[in-house]
Design a protein around this ligand. Structure first.
Ligand code: GZL
Length: 332
């Protein structure tokens, strides 16, 4: 009997070990000792990234990974491939692994209260980076680090109204929106509309999501060009969609930046190159290099220190004439 029990126990041990090994979802699997300062001062940060949809996102990921290394913070990183359910799964994994701090860029604004409450109940502080969430309960996160997207939209609108100050119109605008439901898409649209609504000559004749990607931006611009022969301006919520749309405009035999003015947001190097080629007229900068600030906030939050409710990044507006001089200094 004893031998049989021993064999069964052995099988159970092997099975449980195998389950634990495949149940973790992160490359650097394993369970952190748990929230709160550790004797050796190690901090484990769980970071749930949106995806890898754009040049901006790639630069943001690189900034976070390099900053964690520099700060000696152990980073558990997940890429949600632009799916909210994957980000929620990643946050739940970080909770199971009992990381010290969770940070993420919410792919969309709504639907986060439940999982953020789970993190709060587990005593794990959360930092929002880049994008915001729409919640009544601001106790669910410690701070927001990122840009003011409404201001970016307003800057785009202000450039347009100045550009067409002496033009009686009509000025027909097509708009490539970012990911549906995301804070940058909602806010960049709102800020832009707020500025142009004051002058009846501006009309947004078509507005559709290009999901922040080059491929989708090109595809939607092709459709815009097919259904509208009188487009004067493209307002793209990010450079990747603008660069995709530029291909569509050229394939339609028109000159981007001249026949159709192009306004874009982000400020990646490729957009500055397009401005030097006369294909984009203005870029509203959105800074992805949040890594060092995020690590500083992570250390403070892990130590239980107070942090500001909102930490906004510095960013500018670059008209085409400034692109040549600015390009060598661009960091992403
Ligand atoms: C903005 C960021 C947006 C960028 C896009 O902070 O969330 O997501 O503008 C990126 O390029 O995909």
């Amino acid at each position: 009997m004893a031998r049989r029990t021993a064999v069964l126990a052995g099988i159970a041990l092997i099975a449980s070990t195998a389950l634990t090994a495949c149940s973790t979802e992160n490359p650097d699997s394993g369970t952190a000792p748990g929230p709160g300062a550790k004797p050796d001062g190690e901090i484990v940060l769980g970071f749930a990234q949106v995806g890898a949809e754009s040049g901006w996102r790639t630069a943001n990921t690189k900034s976070v990974q390099e900053a964690a290394k520099k700060a000696g913070i152990t980073l558990k990183f997940s890429d949600a491939q632009q799916k909210q359910e994957n980000q929620i799964k990643a946050i739940r994994t970080f909770i199971q692994q009992r990381v010290d701090v969770i940070a993420f860029s919410p792919v969309v604004e709504s639907g986060w209260d439940t999982v953020l409450k789970e993190a709060k109940d587990a005593g794990i502080p959360v930092i929002l980076t880049d994008r915001a969430v729409d919640t009544q309960d601001t106790s669910l996160y410690k701070t927001f680090l990122g840009s003011d997207f409404v201001k970016e939209g307003r800057s785009a609108g202000e450039w347009l109204t100045a550009e067409y100050a002496d033009d009686k119109g009509p000025v027909n605008i097509v708009e490539l929106q970012g990911t549906t439901g995301s804070a940058p898409a909602n806010d960049r649209k709102a800020g832009f509309a707020e500025v142009i609504k004051g002058d009846g000559k501006f009309e947004v004749i078509a507005s559709q999501t290009g999901d922040f990607t080059r491929a989708k931006g090109k595809e939607v611009m092709q459709a815009f060009l097919k259904s509208h022969k009188d487009i004067d301006v493209l307002y793209a919520h990010n450079d990747d969609m603008a660069l995709g749309a530029i291909q569509a405009i050229e394939e339609a035999g028109k000159q981007p930046g001249k026949d159709i003015k192009v306004i874009s947001v982000d400020g990646i190097k490729d957009a500055f190159v397009a401005m030097t080629q006369g294909k984009i007229n203005v870029v509203v900068e959105c800074n992805p290099l949040l890594g060092d600030q995020l690590m500083d906030l992570t250390e403070k939050v892990a130590a239980g220190e107070d942090v500001p409710a909102r930490v906004e990044t510095e960013e500018g507006v670059f008209p085409q004439a400034e692109a040549e001089a600015a390009l060598p200094g661009r960091r992403y």
